[in-house]
Design a protein around this ligand. Structure first.
Ligand SMILES: [Zn+2]
Length: 270
């Protein structure tokens, strides 16, 4: 077996987690990431015929039956993942019935996957229904999005347009806008359900006064989406200190979308 710590997926996963920590988004044990792995990319590194430690799931995950997921551990700190991925994350396999998973690698001291595992699995199920290339869910406490959620009306259209109007790339990167769920207690079934409902339409969903959940076909695309939206939120919070500022107007946004062949959310702009 090859050394899994040298695999592309562990490197990508650890590096992006470290970057989010360095961005100041993931203090203490904030944030969690999950990455759907293909059997063919995993099999050179792990003997997949072996059974793993059983972990009961809180949701019915039969739609992910047999899938492998690299996911951060409960209570683990992003700061420590890159230095020791095996102690801070794990690879699980979802059972055929979808009621439990087996921990095949990592978290050897009996620890369990993130308390947001239900949100991650529900979000993977929801994204795979609309995009069969989907693979990554990232939850992080992006700073300026949190600040913005405290001061801006939590209306998806207004929130999205405030972001689209500030940076030319935005409508191209997230033409569907940003989804917003009501404030909710983390780690419970409801927040996962609400997020999964939104993430079918929006690749990024805001949890007010908490953070975001973003999806992507790759680690880079999920992270790049958060970076883009977070930067727009930072610009919004800085620019609002000025009484008179310019934004990209609707006519220009429509021209932009057309030039880059993206379809903006029709509820937000016509
Ligand atoms: Zn969180």
């Amino acid at each position: 077996m090859k050394n899994i710590l040298e695999s592309k997926f562990i490197q990508e996963f650890s590096n992006v987690i470290d970057r989010m920590y360095l961005n100041g988004w993931d203090e203490r044990n904030a944030g969690n990431v999950s990455y759907l792995l293909l059997e063919e990319e995993l099999s050179p590194y792990l003997d997949l015929s072996k059974k793993g430690r059983v972990h009961q799931l809180q949701i019915d995950a039969h739609k992910l039956a047999g899938k492998y997921v690299l996911v951060t551990g409960s209570g683990k700190y992003f700061r420590n993942v890159k230095g020791n991925p095996e102690a801070n994350s794990c690879i699980i396999r979802i059972s055929q019935c979808g009621t439990h998973a087996e921990i095949l690698w990592g978290l050897k001291e009996g620890e369990v996957p993130t308390s947001e595992l239900s949100t991650h699995l529900s979000s993977h199920i929801a994204r795979l229904e609309v995009d069969d290339t989907h693979r990554v869910i990232i939850h992080t406490h992006a700073t300026y999005l949190n600040i913005m959620s405290a001061v801006v009306d939590l209306d998806e259209k207004n929130f999205t347009k405030a972001l689209w109007g500030l940076n030319t790339e935005n409508i191209i990167i997230f033409p569907e806008g940003i989804g917003i769920i009501p404030w909710e207690i983390p780690g419970n079934g409801l927040i996962g359900k609400n997020t999964a409902n939104k993430i079918k339409t929006y690749k990024i969903v805001l949890w007010p006064l908490h953070g975001v959940v973003a999806s992507g076909e790759t680690v880079d695309s999920a992270f790049g989406l958060i970076e883009t939206v977070e930067k727009a939120a930072m610009m919004y919070m800085v620019i609002n200190n000025y009484s008179n500022y310019k934004t990209i107007n609707d006519e220009e946004l429509i021209k932009l979308a057309s030039a880059f062949k993206v379809t903006p959310n029709k509820e937000f702009i016509k």
